[in-house]
Design a protein around this ligand. Structure first.
Ligand SMILES: Cc1cc2nc3c(=O)[nH]c(=O)nc-3n(C[C@H](O)[C@H](O)[C@H](O)COP(=O)(O)O)c2cc1C
Length: 196
């Protein structure tokens, strides 16, 4: 099935291609943009930047407010350490402490909620974010990036943790870069002759 006719998808792919990996070093200080008066909030978690690109495009496209979901303790920059930690947190049901919550969720009717797929589900910080707010009467629209294995059970996590929200179908696309980059660099390192 081809999605090439979808302009949002084309824009996202172009943006992802031009903003690789560097977002790990993102130093944005505020997690919330100034209030625009919009009734739409785009809230997202992104560790390596793919979901952040999508969030920015949706926010600009809709003139919405933007909120970055951050854990108090950032995940390791090392990919494999993060995978290990995420698996442990998923299996134990741990909900990491949030650095911030949305002060006035009552100002919004519709929340676009963005996150990567981790361990075939929503990252633990997304469960924490959902648990920390009252979703009564809200419309939740997920947008997700993944590494090629799809949405897993992430939708049922949204429905379970925000039972009073209306959860709509959202946007999803493959956004893997880090694992493939790691495998290619490690492959090159193991093949190439040592020069020192
Ligand atoms: C801890 C961890 C677990 C992941 N688990 C999956 C997975 O189960 N399925 C999948 O398709 N991709 C998986 N990925 C890949 C990410 O979903 C993908 O790279 C995503 O675009 C990263 O988004 P971000 O750059 O916004 O953090 C995982 C990545 C990490 C760091």
């Amino acid at each position: 099935m081809s999605h090439d006719h979808d302009p949002l998808r084309r824009t996202v792919i172009a943006a992802l291609a031009s903003a690789p990996l560097l977002s790990l070093a993102d130093t944005q200080s505020a997690s919330e943009t100034p209030r625009s008066g919009s009734r739409i909030l785009v809230a997202y978690f992104s560790r390596s930047g793919n979901t952040r690109v999508v969030a920015g495009l949706i926010q600009r496209g809709l003139g919405a407010d933007l909120f970055e979901i951050r854990p108090v303790h950032a995940y390791p920059e090392d990919y494999l350490q993060t995978v290990e930690q995420a698996h442990q947190e998923r299996d134990s049901g741990f909900e990491p402490e949030l650095q911030n919550t949305v002060h006035a969720l009552s100002d919004y009717d519709t929340i676009y909620l963005g996150f990567p797929i981790w361990g075939e589900t929503a990252p633990p910080i997304i469960r924490a974010f959902l648990s920390a707010h009252d979703w009564t009467g809200k419309t939740l629209i997920p947008f997700n990036t993944h590494g090629g294995y799809g949405l897993g059970n992430s939708r049922s996590i949204l429905v379970q943790h925000a039972p009073k929200a209306k959860v709509l179908e959202g946007f999803v696309m493959e956004g893997e870069q880090e694992r493939k980059t790691m495998e290619r660099v490690n492959g090159w390192l193991s093949d190439h002759p040592v020069t020192r």
